[in-house]
Design a protein around this ligand. Structure first.
Ligand code: NAI
Ligand code: MG
Length: 351
């Protein structure tokens, strides 16, 4: 079986870590008897500075022919971040109804959590972020520029269909895990959107009597993630809340260099897109020291999504084995390894 993959390395360290992920995934494919047919696209902020657009006008159409998309990261000093987000990431997420942003969180072997004494079991959780609507909306505007009464308005859009499908996904996932779901809210401050979110959460919860569900204001939830991570398993949140909570979750389990994510279209009628949580890291770009693990694990999530569960587990195991050994780790984990050497060590550890 051959899976057709679109690779979009992007900018900065996105390019380096995607090369390592490809190295590891190709090796896994070889070992597990399937093929990966890669097509690479140079869509990036670098392309934007040359041509004025992140991707060609038929970009979405071209991607639609693939079984999966592996994205590095986009972002380039001098190009405003909203260009890369609205010129590539958000159109792809929305065109392919990738309405779940799945961010598994775990403490890997050989990695120290800044939360002293916490075990891997206590820190194990998954953030289910709504990925297609909510606070990330283009509706609104700037008014009265230069006047004392200058102001900006930013609208959010929450639809019943949009909230229900992501909440349902979280409950289904909880059924396969601990049986616990916590919803992030802020209905005391956001008095229209969040009560609507909470109401739909309660309606969906009623259909899952065996799942323990609760809701928590997002500020308190952030504190709980640091003080009592063992009380969390599946956390579901809106686009903004999920975004913030998943970087926090990555930080409490050892940093952005280790955290993968999937932009998932659950019915599978469009391609899903997998990427590291981190960005293009201009501060370390070009130095060859970015940690490729987040992108390798994003690749493992893609294999799982493509039905290659055994190969996905093998990649996970290889990552754990190499990290536990610690000899090849990059500076963010206290080592002196390079991106390429760590990628090669993981590929070599595959069984
Ligand atoms: P960032 O994630 O690129 O970097 C934050 C910090 O973490 C930096 O100090 C960086 O060196 C470190 N870091 C990140 N990944 C690492 C890795 N694999 N190994 C070692 N250290 C790592 O976030 P930042 O600096 O806020 O954004 C930089 C650019 O990336 C911006 O243009 C931003 O818009 C873009 N970005 C793109 C994303 C995407 O493509 N999905 C997501 C987040 C940011
Ligand atoms: Mg983020």
């Amino acid at each position: 079986k051959i899976h057709r993959i679109a690779s979009i390395p992007g900018d900065g360290i996105g390019v380096d870590v995607t090369a390592e992920a490809r190295k590891v995934l190709d090796r896994a494919a070889e070992r597990h008897g399937f093929g990966l047919e890669w097509t690479e696209f140079d869509w990036s902020c670098e392309r934007y500075t040359r041509t004025g657009s992140m991707m060609p006008p038929d970009g979405i159409e071209r991607l639609s022919a693939f079984d999966g998309i592996l994205l590095g990261a986009v972002g380039f000093p001098g190009v405003p971040d909203h260009v890369s987000l609205w010129g590539l990431l958000i159109p792809v997420r929305r065109a392919f109804a990738q309405y779940v942003n799945l961010r598994p969180v775990r403490l890997l072997p050989g990695v120290e959590s800044p939360l002293a004494g916490r075990t891997a079991e206590e820190l194990e959780m998954v953030i289910v972020r709504e990925n297609s609507e909510g606070e990330y909306s283009a509706i609104g505007g700037r008014h009265n520029a230069g006047q004392p009464g200058e102001f900006a308005i930013q609208e959010s859009v929450f639809t019943r269909v949009g909230v229900e499908r992501v909440v349902r996904f979280a409950f289904e996932l909880a059924g396969e895990r601990s049986g616990r779901v916590c919803s992030a809210t802020k209905s005391n401050g956001l008095i229209h959107s969040m009560p609507f979110w909470d109401e739909i959460f309660a309606e969906v919860a009623a259909g899952y009597p065996d799942i323990y569900s609760e809701q928590c204001h997002v500020d308190a939830l952030a504190a709980r993630m640091v003080q009592h991570p063992e009380r969390l398993d599946v956390v579901v949140g809106s686009n903004l809340f999920g975004d913030v909570l998943s970087d926090l979750a990555a930080a409490v389990t050892g940093g952005l260099g280790l955290a993968p994510s999937g932009n998932v279209n659950p019915p599978g009628d469009h391609p899903s897109m997998f990427e590291a949580v981190h960005g293009s890291a201009p501060d370390i770009a070009g130095k060859g020291i970015a940690n490729p693990v987040a992108q390798v694990l994003a690749g493992a999530m893609m294999l799982e999504h493509l039905g290659e569960a055994e190969a996905a587990r093998a990649v996970d195991r290889a990552v754990s084995d190499v990290l536990a050994e610690r000899s090849a780790v990059t500076p963010d984990l206290g080592g002196s390894g390079t991106t390429a050497a760590l990628g090669s060590a993981i590929a070599a550890a595959l069984r």
